[in-house]
Design a binder for this molecule. Structure first.
Ligand SMILES: Nc1ncnc2c1ncn2[C@@H]1O[C@H](COP(=O)(O)OP(=O)(O)OP(=O)(O)O)[C@@H](O)[C@H]1O
Ligand SMILES: [Mg+2]
Length: 533
Protein backbone atom coordinates (compact mmCIF):
# COMPACT_ATOMS: atom_id res chain seq x y z
CA UNK A 1 0.00 0.00 0.00
CA UNK A 2 1.12 3.53 -0.71
CA UNK A 3 -0.42 6.40 1.22
CA UNK A 4 -0.27 10.07 0.56
CA UNK A 5 -1.31 12.75 3.00
CA UNK A 6 -1.68 16.48 2.59
CA UNK A 7 0.49 16.57 -0.52
CA UNK A 8 0.70 19.77 -2.58
CA UNK A 9 2.68 20.77 -5.67
CA UNK A 10 2.74 24.04 -7.59
CA UNK A 11 5.11 25.66 -10.09
CA UNK A 12 4.96 29.44 -10.24
CA UNK A 13 1.30 30.37 -10.24
CA UNK A 14 0.24 26.98 -11.58
CA UNK A 15 -1.20 24.70 -8.92
CA UNK A 16 -0.94 21.07 -9.99
CA UNK A 17 -2.72 19.67 -6.93
CA UNK A 18 -3.29 20.91 -3.44
CA UNK A 19 -3.63 19.05 -0.15
CA UNK A 20 -4.16 15.58 -1.60
CA UNK A 21 -4.80 12.70 0.79
CA UNK A 22 -5.36 9.27 -0.68
CA UNK A 23 -4.22 5.65 -0.58
CA UNK A 24 -3.33 3.05 -3.19
CA UNK A 25 -4.13 -0.46 -1.98
CA UNK A 26 -2.75 -3.88 -2.89
CA UNK A 27 -4.71 -5.93 -5.39
CA UNK A 28 -6.12 -2.82 -7.06
CA UNK A 29 -5.01 -1.46 -10.40
CA UNK A 30 -5.12 2.31 -10.63
CA UNK A 31 -5.09 4.43 -13.76
CA UNK A 32 -3.62 7.90 -13.19
CA UNK A 33 -5.27 10.27 -15.64
CA UNK A 34 -5.34 13.93 -16.61
CA UNK A 35 -4.37 16.00 -19.66
CA UNK A 36 -0.79 16.80 -20.69
CA UNK A 37 0.93 18.85 -18.03
CA UNK A 38 -1.66 17.99 -15.36
CA UNK A 39 1.05 16.61 -13.10
CA UNK A 40 0.79 12.84 -13.58
CA UNK A 41 4.52 12.18 -13.96
CA UNK A 42 5.19 14.63 -11.13
CA UNK A 43 2.77 12.81 -8.84
CA UNK A 44 4.33 9.48 -9.74
CA UNK A 45 7.76 10.86 -8.89
CA UNK A 46 6.39 11.88 -5.49
CA UNK A 47 5.12 8.33 -5.01
CA UNK A 48 8.47 6.78 -5.94
CA UNK A 49 10.42 9.29 -3.89
CA UNK A 50 12.35 10.64 -6.88
CA UNK A 51 10.94 14.08 -6.04
CA UNK A 52 10.09 15.39 -2.53
CA UNK A 53 6.62 16.96 -2.18
CA UNK A 54 6.53 20.71 -1.47
CA UNK A 55 4.06 19.90 1.31
CA UNK A 56 2.79 16.69 2.88
CA UNK A 57 4.13 13.17 3.19
CA UNK A 58 4.18 9.89 1.28
CA UNK A 59 4.52 6.47 2.90
CA UNK A 60 5.71 3.73 0.57
CA UNK A 61 7.08 0.18 0.75
CA UNK A 62 10.87 -0.20 0.74
CA UNK A 63 10.90 -1.59 -2.82
CA UNK A 64 8.96 -0.26 -5.77
CA UNK A 65 9.02 -1.28 -9.41
CA UNK A 66 9.22 1.82 -11.59
CA UNK A 67 8.98 2.50 -15.31
CA UNK A 68 9.75 6.10 -16.30
CA UNK A 69 8.17 8.07 -19.15
CA UNK A 70 11.39 8.21 -21.19
CA UNK A 71 11.77 4.77 -22.69
CA UNK A 72 14.99 5.65 -24.46
CA UNK A 73 16.82 6.44 -21.24
CA UNK A 74 18.70 3.13 -21.12
CA UNK A 75 19.66 2.96 -24.78
CA UNK A 76 23.39 2.62 -24.09
CA UNK A 77 23.10 -0.16 -21.52
CA UNK A 78 23.19 -3.90 -22.01
CA UNK A 79 19.82 -5.65 -21.74
CA UNK A 80 20.68 -7.72 -18.61
CA UNK A 81 22.29 -4.72 -16.94
CA UNK A 82 19.17 -2.68 -17.58
CA UNK A 83 17.18 -5.28 -15.67
CA UNK A 84 19.63 -5.41 -12.74
CA UNK A 85 19.52 -1.60 -12.52
CA UNK A 86 15.95 -2.15 -11.25
CA UNK A 87 17.63 -2.69 -7.87
CA UNK A 88 19.42 0.64 -7.48
CA UNK A 89 21.24 -0.23 -4.25
CA UNK A 90 22.65 -3.42 -5.76
CA UNK A 91 23.55 -1.81 -9.08
CA UNK A 92 25.45 1.06 -7.47
CA UNK A 93 27.39 -1.39 -5.28
CA UNK A 94 28.26 -3.56 -8.28
CA UNK A 95 29.49 -0.55 -10.25
CA UNK A 96 31.60 0.78 -7.42
CA UNK A 97 33.05 -2.66 -6.76
CA UNK A 98 34.09 -3.00 -10.40
CA UNK A 99 35.84 0.38 -10.32
CA UNK A 100 37.77 -0.56 -7.21
CA UNK A 101 38.86 -3.92 -8.60
CA UNK A 102 40.06 -2.17 -11.73
CA UNK A 103 42.51 -0.04 -9.72
CA UNK A 104 46.18 -0.98 -9.97
CA UNK A 105 46.89 -0.84 -6.24
CA UNK A 106 44.29 -0.80 -3.50
CA UNK A 107 44.64 1.33 -0.36
CA UNK A 108 43.46 0.12 3.04
CA UNK A 109 40.41 2.35 2.74
CA UNK A 110 39.61 0.70 -0.60
CA UNK A 111 39.87 -2.69 1.05
CA UNK A 112 37.41 -1.71 3.76
CA UNK A 113 35.04 -0.26 1.21
CA UNK A 114 35.22 -3.46 -0.83
CA UNK A 115 34.19 -5.41 2.25
CA UNK A 116 31.15 -3.16 2.70
CA UNK A 117 30.24 -3.48 -0.95
CA UNK A 118 30.45 -7.27 -0.85
CA UNK A 119 28.09 -7.07 2.12
CA UNK A 120 25.52 -5.08 0.11
CA UNK A 121 25.89 -7.36 -2.90
CA UNK A 122 25.25 -10.35 -0.66
CA UNK A 123 22.21 -8.81 1.04
CA UNK A 124 20.67 -7.87 -2.28
CA UNK A 125 21.15 -11.32 -3.88
CA UNK A 126 23.82 -9.88 -6.13
CA UNK A 127 25.49 -13.22 -6.82
CA UNK A 128 22.45 -14.52 -8.66
CA UNK A 129 21.42 -11.13 -10.11
CA UNK A 130 22.34 -11.91 -13.71
CA UNK A 131 20.68 -15.31 -13.69
CA UNK A 132 17.60 -13.90 -11.93
CA UNK A 133 17.44 -11.20 -14.59
CA UNK A 134 17.78 -13.79 -17.34
CA UNK A 135 14.90 -15.84 -15.93
CA UNK A 136 12.70 -12.75 -15.76
CA UNK A 137 13.59 -11.82 -19.35
CA UNK A 138 12.83 -15.33 -20.59
CA UNK A 139 9.46 -15.12 -18.88
CA UNK A 140 8.73 -11.89 -20.71
CA UNK A 141 9.61 -13.48 -24.07
CA UNK A 142 13.00 -11.85 -24.54
CA UNK A 143 15.13 -14.65 -26.06
CA UNK A 144 18.57 -15.34 -24.65
CA UNK A 145 20.44 -14.12 -27.73
CA UNK A 146 19.23 -10.58 -26.98
CA UNK A 147 20.35 -10.48 -23.34
CA UNK A 148 23.86 -9.29 -24.15
CA UNK A 149 22.82 -6.71 -26.77
CA UNK A 150 22.45 -3.00 -26.03
CA UNK A 151 18.97 -1.57 -25.52
CA UNK A 152 19.19 0.64 -28.62
CA UNK A 153 19.27 -2.49 -30.78
CA UNK A 154 15.86 -3.66 -29.59
CA UNK A 155 12.58 -2.67 -31.19
CA UNK A 156 9.84 -0.82 -29.29
CA UNK A 157 7.87 -3.80 -27.97
CA UNK A 158 10.96 -5.64 -26.80
CA UNK A 159 12.41 -2.56 -25.13
CA UNK A 160 9.19 -2.14 -23.21
CA UNK A 161 9.37 -5.75 -21.96
CA UNK A 162 12.95 -5.27 -20.77
CA UNK A 163 11.95 -2.13 -18.88
CA UNK A 164 9.10 -4.08 -17.37
CA UNK A 165 11.58 -6.76 -16.29
CA UNK A 166 13.60 -3.95 -14.71
CA UNK A 167 10.54 -2.79 -12.78
CA UNK A 168 9.74 -6.36 -11.70
CA UNK A 169 13.30 -7.20 -10.66
CA UNK A 170 13.33 -8.12 -6.97
CA UNK A 171 9.52 -8.75 -6.89
CA UNK A 172 8.36 -5.36 -5.59
CA UNK A 173 4.92 -5.15 -3.92
CA UNK A 174 3.95 -2.19 -6.11
CA UNK A 175 4.47 -1.30 -9.78
CA UNK A 176 4.40 2.32 -10.98
CA UNK A 177 4.46 2.78 -14.73
CA UNK A 178 4.48 6.02 -16.71
CA UNK A 179 2.90 5.55 -20.16
CA UNK A 180 3.94 1.94 -20.80
CA UNK A 181 1.89 1.66 -24.02
CA UNK A 182 3.73 4.39 -25.93
CA UNK A 183 5.55 2.94 -28.95
CA UNK A 184 3.64 -0.35 -28.69
CA UNK A 185 1.61 -1.97 -31.45
CA UNK A 186 -1.80 -3.46 -30.72
CA UNK A 187 -0.56 -7.02 -30.15
CA UNK A 188 2.00 -5.85 -27.60
CA UNK A 189 -0.66 -3.79 -25.83
CA UNK A 190 -2.92 -6.86 -25.57
CA UNK A 191 -0.01 -8.77 -24.11
CA UNK A 192 0.55 -6.02 -21.54
CA UNK A 193 -3.14 -5.97 -20.55
CA UNK A 194 -3.03 -9.72 -19.91
CA UNK A 195 0.12 -9.34 -17.89
CA UNK A 196 -1.21 -6.54 -15.69
CA UNK A 197 -4.53 -8.18 -14.96
CA UNK A 198 -2.57 -11.08 -13.43
CA UNK A 199 -0.37 -8.84 -11.25
CA UNK A 200 -1.25 -9.20 -7.56
CA UNK A 201 0.45 -6.12 -6.03
CA UNK A 202 -0.53 -2.46 -6.24
CA UNK A 203 -0.44 -1.25 -9.83
CA UNK A 204 -0.43 2.45 -10.75
CA UNK A 205 -0.28 3.21 -14.42
CA UNK A 206 -0.32 6.45 -16.41
CA UNK A 207 -1.75 6.30 -19.90
CA UNK A 208 -3.66 8.35 -22.45
CA UNK A 209 -5.03 5.19 -24.04
CA UNK A 210 -8.71 4.86 -23.10
CA UNK A 211 -9.09 1.26 -24.27
CA UNK A 212 -6.03 0.19 -22.35
CA UNK A 213 -7.18 1.90 -19.14
CA UNK A 214 -10.65 0.41 -19.41
CA UNK A 215 -9.21 -3.07 -19.85
CA UNK A 216 -6.69 -2.87 -17.01
CA UNK A 217 -7.89 -0.59 -14.23
CA UNK A 218 -10.13 -1.30 -11.27
CA UNK A 219 -9.83 2.33 -10.14
CA UNK A 220 -9.00 5.68 -11.72
CA UNK A 221 -7.21 8.52 -9.93
CA UNK A 222 -7.85 11.66 -11.95
CA UNK A 223 -5.86 14.88 -11.59
CA UNK A 224 -8.11 17.88 -12.14
CA UNK A 225 -9.59 20.84 -10.27
CA UNK A 226 -6.24 21.13 -8.48
CA UNK A 227 -6.79 17.86 -6.68
CA UNK A 228 -6.80 14.10 -7.23
CA UNK A 229 -10.08 12.24 -7.05
CA UNK A 230 -10.20 8.44 -7.15
CA UNK A 231 -13.16 6.87 -8.94
CA UNK A 232 -14.14 3.20 -9.10
CA UNK A 233 -13.71 1.60 -12.50
CA UNK A 234 -11.78 2.35 -15.67
CA UNK A 235 -11.47 5.49 -17.77
CA UNK A 236 -15.03 5.53 -19.11
CA UNK A 237 -16.51 5.02 -15.64
CA UNK A 238 -14.39 7.91 -14.41
CA UNK A 239 -15.67 10.20 -17.16
CA UNK A 240 -19.29 9.45 -16.29
CA UNK A 241 -18.78 10.04 -12.56
CA UNK A 242 -16.62 13.08 -13.17
CA UNK A 243 -19.26 14.78 -15.28
CA UNK A 244 -21.57 14.80 -12.26
CA UNK A 245 -18.90 16.20 -9.99
CA UNK A 246 -17.92 18.73 -12.62
CA UNK A 247 -21.39 20.14 -12.89
CA UNK A 248 -21.44 20.54 -9.10
CA UNK A 249 -18.08 22.35 -9.02
CA UNK A 250 -19.03 24.49 -11.97
CA UNK A 251 -22.31 25.54 -10.43
CA UNK A 252 -20.46 26.40 -7.20
CA UNK A 253 -18.05 28.50 -9.23
CA UNK A 254 -20.92 30.20 -11.04
CA UNK A 255 -22.67 31.00 -7.75
CA UNK A 256 -19.52 32.48 -6.34
CA UNK A 257 -19.00 34.66 -9.41
CA UNK A 258 -22.60 35.82 -9.20
CA UNK A 259 -22.15 36.68 -5.54
CA UNK A 260 -19.01 38.70 -6.33
CA UNK A 261 -20.85 40.57 -9.06
CA UNK A 262 -23.72 41.43 -6.70
CA UNK A 263 -21.35 42.68 -4.00
CA UNK A 264 -19.42 44.77 -6.51
CA UNK A 265 -22.65 46.22 -7.75
CA UNK A 266 -23.60 47.26 -4.20
CA UNK A 267 -20.16 48.77 -3.64
CA UNK A 268 -20.38 50.78 -6.86
CA UNK A 269 -23.81 52.14 -6.00
CA UNK A 270 -23.23 53.10 -2.38
CA UNK A 271 -19.52 53.78 -2.07
CA UNK A 272 -20.07 57.55 -2.30
CA UNK A 273 -23.02 57.51 0.08
CA UNK A 274 -23.67 57.10 3.78
CA UNK A 275 -23.57 53.32 4.11
CA UNK A 276 -19.80 53.22 4.36
CA UNK A 277 -19.56 50.47 6.98
CA UNK A 278 -21.71 48.17 4.87
CA UNK A 279 -19.60 48.99 1.81
CA UNK A 280 -16.48 48.23 3.81
CA UNK A 281 -17.67 44.82 4.91
CA UNK A 282 -18.72 43.96 1.36
CA UNK A 283 -15.30 44.96 0.06
CA UNK A 284 -13.77 42.51 2.52
CA UNK A 285 -16.17 39.79 1.43
CA UNK A 286 -15.21 40.28 -2.24
CA UNK A 287 -11.55 40.06 -1.32
CA UNK A 288 -12.13 36.85 0.56
CA UNK A 289 -14.09 35.27 -2.27
CA UNK A 290 -11.54 36.33 -4.86
CA UNK A 291 -8.45 35.14 -3.04
CA UNK A 292 -9.73 31.58 -2.90
CA UNK A 293 -9.07 30.86 -6.54
CA UNK A 294 -11.77 29.19 -8.55
CA UNK A 295 -10.67 25.67 -9.39
CA UNK A 296 -11.13 25.28 -13.11
CA UNK A 297 -10.88 22.09 -15.14
CA UNK A 298 -7.44 21.65 -16.65
CA UNK A 299 -8.78 20.13 -19.86
CA UNK A 300 -7.96 22.35 -22.84
CA UNK A 301 -7.56 21.83 -26.55
CA UNK A 302 -4.59 23.15 -28.53
CA UNK A 303 -5.06 24.59 -32.01
CA UNK A 304 -2.75 22.96 -34.52
CA UNK A 305 -2.51 24.33 -38.04
CA UNK A 306 0.14 23.38 -40.56
CA UNK A 307 0.55 26.04 -43.24
CA UNK A 308 3.20 25.82 -45.96
CA UNK A 309 5.33 28.74 -47.03
CA UNK A 310 5.27 27.37 -50.59
CA UNK A 311 4.15 24.12 -52.22
CA UNK A 312 6.60 21.50 -53.44
CA UNK A 313 6.81 20.22 -56.99
CA UNK A 314 4.28 17.63 -58.16
CA UNK A 315 6.44 14.68 -57.21
CA UNK A 316 8.08 15.41 -53.89
CA UNK A 317 9.60 11.95 -53.48
CA UNK A 318 10.71 9.03 -55.64
CA UNK A 319 11.96 5.83 -54.07
CA UNK A 320 13.77 3.36 -56.33
CA UNK A 321 14.45 -0.21 -55.21
CA UNK A 322 15.52 0.75 -51.75
CA UNK A 323 16.91 -1.98 -49.52
CA UNK A 324 18.19 -1.78 -45.96
CA UNK A 325 19.35 -4.44 -43.53
CA UNK A 326 20.36 -4.32 -39.86
CA UNK A 327 23.07 -7.00 -39.65
CA UNK A 328 21.56 -10.13 -41.17
CA UNK A 329 18.00 -8.88 -40.71
CA UNK A 330 16.51 -7.62 -43.97
CA UNK A 331 14.27 -4.76 -42.83
CA UNK A 332 13.35 -3.29 -46.20
CA UNK A 333 13.86 -5.22 -49.43
CA UNK A 334 13.49 -3.68 -52.85
CA UNK A 335 10.87 -1.01 -52.21
CA UNK A 336 9.89 1.46 -54.93
CA UNK A 337 7.24 4.16 -54.87
CA UNK A 338 6.44 7.52 -56.38
CA UNK A 339 4.81 9.98 -54.00
CA UNK A 340 2.58 12.71 -55.40
CA UNK A 341 2.05 16.09 -53.82
CA UNK A 342 -0.79 16.12 -51.28
CA UNK A 343 -0.79 12.40 -50.58
CA UNK A 344 -1.13 11.33 -46.95
CA UNK A 345 0.60 8.04 -46.55
CA UNK A 346 0.22 6.01 -43.37
CA UNK A 347 2.97 3.52 -42.61
CA UNK A 348 1.50 0.60 -40.70
CA UNK A 349 2.87 -2.67 -39.35
CA UNK A 350 3.91 -4.36 -36.13
CA UNK A 351 6.67 -3.17 -33.82
CA UNK A 352 10.01 -3.78 -35.45
CA UNK A 353 8.59 -4.17 -38.96
CA UNK A 354 10.85 -1.40 -40.29
CA UNK A 355 8.77 1.77 -40.43
CA UNK A 356 11.25 4.01 -38.61
CA UNK A 357 14.13 2.40 -40.52
CA UNK A 358 12.57 3.34 -43.85
CA UNK A 359 11.87 6.91 -42.73
CA UNK A 360 15.43 7.33 -41.49
CA UNK A 361 16.78 5.91 -44.73
CA UNK A 362 14.67 8.38 -46.73
CA UNK A 363 15.85 11.24 -44.52
CA UNK A 364 19.53 10.32 -44.79
CA UNK A 365 20.14 12.87 -47.50
CA UNK A 366 16.97 14.87 -47.57
CA UNK A 367 16.96 18.63 -48.14
CA UNK A 368 17.56 20.60 -44.96
CA UNK A 369 18.09 17.54 -42.79
CA UNK A 370 21.36 16.69 -41.06
CA UNK A 371 23.05 13.69 -42.70
CA UNK A 372 22.23 10.61 -40.66
CA UNK A 373 24.20 7.39 -40.37
CA UNK A 374 21.12 5.30 -41.22
CA UNK A 375 21.81 5.18 -44.91
CA UNK A 376 20.60 2.90 -47.64
CA UNK A 377 22.20 -0.41 -48.66
CA UNK A 378 20.83 -0.40 -52.19
CA UNK A 379 18.66 1.74 -54.46
CA UNK A 380 18.11 5.47 -54.41
CA UNK A 381 15.89 8.24 -53.13
CA UNK A 382 15.12 11.40 -55.06
CA UNK A 383 13.60 14.39 -53.34
CA UNK A 384 11.61 16.65 -55.65
CA UNK A 385 11.69 20.33 -56.47
CA UNK A 386 11.31 22.79 -53.56
CA UNK A 387 10.62 20.11 -50.97
CA UNK A 388 10.95 21.32 -47.39
CA UNK A 389 10.56 18.78 -44.62
CA UNK A 390 9.09 18.98 -41.14
CA UNK A 391 10.27 15.94 -39.18
CA UNK A 392 8.80 14.70 -35.92
CA UNK A 393 11.04 11.88 -34.64
CA UNK A 394 9.91 8.97 -32.50
CA UNK A 395 12.55 9.62 -29.88
CA UNK A 396 12.37 13.09 -28.32
CA UNK A 397 15.41 12.68 -26.08
CA UNK A 398 17.72 15.60 -26.74
CA UNK A 399 15.41 17.15 -29.36
CA UNK A 400 14.99 20.20 -27.12
CA UNK A 401 18.09 21.48 -25.33
CA UNK A 402 17.83 22.02 -21.60
CA UNK A 403 18.59 25.29 -19.92
CA UNK A 404 16.50 27.74 -21.93
CA UNK A 405 12.90 28.90 -22.01
CA UNK A 406 10.34 27.48 -24.42
CA UNK A 407 10.08 30.89 -26.12
CA UNK A 408 13.82 31.18 -26.75
CA UNK A 409 14.10 27.61 -27.93
CA UNK A 410 11.39 28.17 -30.51
CA UNK A 411 12.58 31.60 -31.62
CA UNK A 412 15.97 30.29 -32.76
CA UNK A 413 14.31 28.45 -35.67
CA UNK A 414 13.10 31.70 -37.16
CA UNK A 415 15.02 34.66 -35.74
CA UNK A 416 13.09 36.94 -38.12
CA UNK A 417 9.77 36.07 -36.54
CA UNK A 418 8.45 38.71 -34.16
CA UNK A 419 8.17 38.01 -30.45
CA UNK A 420 4.43 38.38 -30.88
CA UNK A 421 4.28 35.71 -33.54
CA UNK A 422 6.24 33.32 -31.33
CA UNK A 423 3.99 33.99 -28.35
CA UNK A 424 0.92 33.62 -30.55
CA UNK A 425 2.07 30.23 -31.73
CA UNK A 426 2.91 29.13 -28.20
CA UNK A 427 -0.46 30.35 -26.95
CA UNK A 428 -2.18 28.30 -29.63
CA UNK A 429 -0.35 25.26 -28.26
CA UNK A 430 -1.41 26.07 -24.67
CA UNK A 431 1.79 27.75 -23.52
CA UNK A 432 0.17 31.07 -22.80
CA UNK A 433 1.78 33.84 -20.77
CA UNK A 434 4.00 32.51 -18.03
CA UNK A 435 3.86 28.99 -19.47
CA UNK A 436 6.02 30.08 -22.42
CA UNK A 437 8.79 31.12 -20.04
CA UNK A 438 9.00 27.64 -18.60
CA UNK A 439 12.46 26.07 -18.56
CA UNK A 440 12.71 23.48 -21.34
CA UNK A 441 14.03 20.87 -18.92
CA UNK A 442 10.75 20.99 -16.97
CA UNK A 443 8.45 20.19 -19.88
CA UNK A 444 6.18 17.16 -19.52
CA UNK A 445 6.07 14.47 -22.23
CA UNK A 446 3.04 15.99 -23.92
CA UNK A 447 4.36 19.55 -23.57
CA UNK A 448 7.58 18.49 -25.29
CA UNK A 449 5.56 17.08 -28.17
CA UNK A 450 3.46 20.28 -28.35
CA UNK A 451 6.59 22.43 -28.50
CA UNK A 452 8.02 20.25 -31.28
CA UNK A 453 4.79 20.87 -33.19
CA UNK A 454 5.22 24.62 -32.63
CA UNK A 455 8.56 24.36 -34.40
CA UNK A 456 7.04 22.61 -37.41
CA UNK A 457 4.23 25.19 -37.51
CA UNK A 458 6.81 27.96 -37.47
CA UNK A 459 8.90 26.43 -40.24
CA UNK A 460 5.91 25.92 -42.54
CA UNK A 461 7.27 22.92 -44.47
CA UNK A 462 5.40 21.31 -47.37
CA UNK A 463 6.13 17.72 -46.43
CA UNK A 464 5.59 16.26 -42.99
CA UNK A 465 7.33 13.13 -41.75
CA UNK A 466 5.78 12.14 -38.45
CA UNK A 467 6.96 9.07 -36.55
CA UNK A 468 4.35 8.11 -33.92
CA UNK A 469 3.40 11.69 -33.12
CA UNK A 470 0.57 10.75 -30.74
CA UNK A 471 2.74 9.06 -28.11
CA UNK A 472 2.58 11.28 -25.02
CA UNK A 473 -0.34 13.34 -26.38
CA UNK A 474 -3.64 13.56 -24.50
CA UNK A 475 -6.99 12.92 -26.19
CA UNK A 476 -7.68 16.59 -26.92
CA UNK A 477 -4.32 17.07 -28.60
CA UNK A 478 -4.61 13.88 -30.66
CA UNK A 479 -7.91 15.16 -31.92
CA UNK A 480 -6.45 18.55 -32.81
CA UNK A 481 -3.60 16.82 -34.66
CA UNK A 482 -6.03 14.64 -36.55
CA UNK A 483 -7.96 17.66 -37.80
CA UNK A 484 -4.78 19.57 -38.68
CA UNK A 485 -3.40 16.68 -40.73
CA UNK A 486 -6.64 16.27 -42.61
CA UNK A 487 -6.61 19.97 -43.52
CA UNK A 488 -2.92 20.17 -44.41
CA UNK A 489 -2.41 20.78 -48.13
CA UNK A 490 1.07 19.33 -48.35
CA UNK A 491 2.32 15.75 -48.34
CA UNK A 492 2.40 13.54 -45.25
CA UNK A 493 4.28 10.37 -44.28
CA UNK A 494 2.84 9.19 -40.98
CA UNK A 495 3.69 6.26 -38.71
CA UNK A 496 0.99 5.61 -36.15
CA UNK A 497 -0.77 2.89 -34.18
CA UNK A 498 -3.76 5.20 -33.63
CA UNK A 499 -6.74 3.69 -35.43
CA UNK A 500 -8.59 6.99 -35.94
CA UNK A 501 -5.57 8.71 -37.39
CA UNK A 502 -4.92 5.84 -39.80
CA UNK A 503 -8.50 5.86 -40.99
CA UNK A 504 -9.23 9.57 -41.08
CA UNK A 505 -5.94 10.98 -42.34
CA UNK A 506 -4.52 8.32 -44.68
CA UNK A 507 -5.14 8.40 -48.44
CA UNK A 508 -2.54 5.71 -49.13
CA UNK A 509 -1.11 2.85 -47.04
CA UNK A 510 2.35 1.34 -46.88
CA UNK A 511 1.94 -1.92 -45.06
CA UNK A 512 5.09 -3.44 -43.56
CA UNK A 513 4.75 -7.21 -43.42
CA UNK A 514 7.80 -7.62 -41.18
CA UNK A 515 9.88 -9.73 -43.58
CA UNK A 516 11.20 -6.77 -45.57
CA UNK A 517 8.22 -6.65 -47.92
CA UNK A 518 6.15 -3.45 -48.06
CA UNK A 519 2.83 -3.39 -49.88
CA UNK A 520 1.79 -0.11 -51.37
CA UNK A 521 -1.98 0.41 -51.34
CA UNK A 522 -3.37 3.49 -53.02
CA UNK A 523 -6.50 4.13 -51.03
CA UNK A 524 -7.73 4.77 -47.52
CA UNK A 525 -6.90 2.51 -44.59
CA UNK A 526 -10.40 1.06 -44.36
CA UNK A 527 -10.31 -0.01 -48.01
CA UNK A 528 -6.91 -1.52 -47.36
CA UNK A 529 -8.25 -3.53 -44.41
CA UNK A 530 -11.26 -4.59 -46.45
CA UNK A 531 -9.00 -5.71 -49.30
CA UNK A 532 -7.00 -7.85 -46.85
CA UNK A 533 -10.06 -9.47 -45.27
N1 LIG B 1 10.82 22.40 -12.30
C1 LIG B 1 9.71 22.85 -12.87
N2 LIG B 1 9.50 24.16 -13.07
C2 LIG B 1 8.39 24.62 -13.65
N3 LIG B 1 7.40 23.83 -14.09
C3 LIG B 1 7.53 22.50 -13.93
C4 LIG B 1 8.69 21.93 -13.32
N4 LIG B 1 8.55 20.60 -13.31
C5 LIG B 1 7.35 20.34 -13.88
N5 LIG B 1 6.74 21.48 -14.25
C6 LIG B 1 5.42 21.61 -14.89
O1 LIG B 1 4.47 20.87 -14.14
C7 LIG B 1 3.46 20.37 -15.00
C8 LIG B 1 3.25 18.90 -14.75
O2 LIG B 1 4.27 18.12 -15.36
P1 LIG B 1 4.16 16.54 -15.50
O3 LIG B 1 5.37 16.07 -16.21
O4 LIG B 1 3.88 15.96 -14.18
O5 LIG B 1 2.86 16.38 -16.42
P2 LIG B 1 2.11 15.09 -16.94
O6 LIG B 1 0.73 15.09 -16.37
O7 LIG B 1 2.94 13.89 -16.71
O8 LIG B 1 1.97 15.40 -18.49
P3 LIG B 1 2.18 14.47 -19.80
O9 LIG B 1 0.86 13.81 -20.05
O10 LIG B 1 2.43 15.48 -20.87
O11 LIG B 1 3.32 13.55 -19.57
C9 LIG B 1 3.90 20.71 -16.41
O12 LIG B 1 3.19 21.85 -16.85
C10 LIG B 1 5.38 20.98 -16.27
O13 LIG B 1 5.83 21.86 -17.27
MG1 LIG C 1 4.04 12.60 -17.94
Amino acid sequence: MISVSGVSMRYGSKVLFDDVTTTFSAGRRYGLTGPNGAGKSTFMKLLTGELPPQKGTVVRPAKLGVLGQDQFAFDRSRVVDTVVMGNGRLWNALEERELLYAKADLTDADGIRLGELEGIVGEEDGYTAESDAAILLQGLDIPEELHERTMSELQGGQKMRVLLAQALFGSPPALLLDEPTNHLDLDSIHWLVEFFTRYAGTLIVISHDRHFLNAVCTHTADIDYQTIITYTGGYDDMVVAKTQIRSRIESENAQREKKIAQLNDFIARFSAGTRSSQVQSRRKEVERLQTTELARSNIQRPYIKFAMSRPSGRTPLEIKSVAKAHGDLQVVSDFSAIVSRGEKIVLVGRNGAGKTTLLKALLADAPGMPASPADIDEGGVRWGHEVSIGYFAQDHTGAIQNGMTAVDWLHQFDPDASRQEIHGLLGQMLFSGEEGLKPTGALSGGETARLLFCRIMLQKPNLLILDEPTNHLDLESINALNVALQRFEGTVLLVTHDQDLMEEVGTRVWHFAGDGAITDFKGAYEEHSAALA
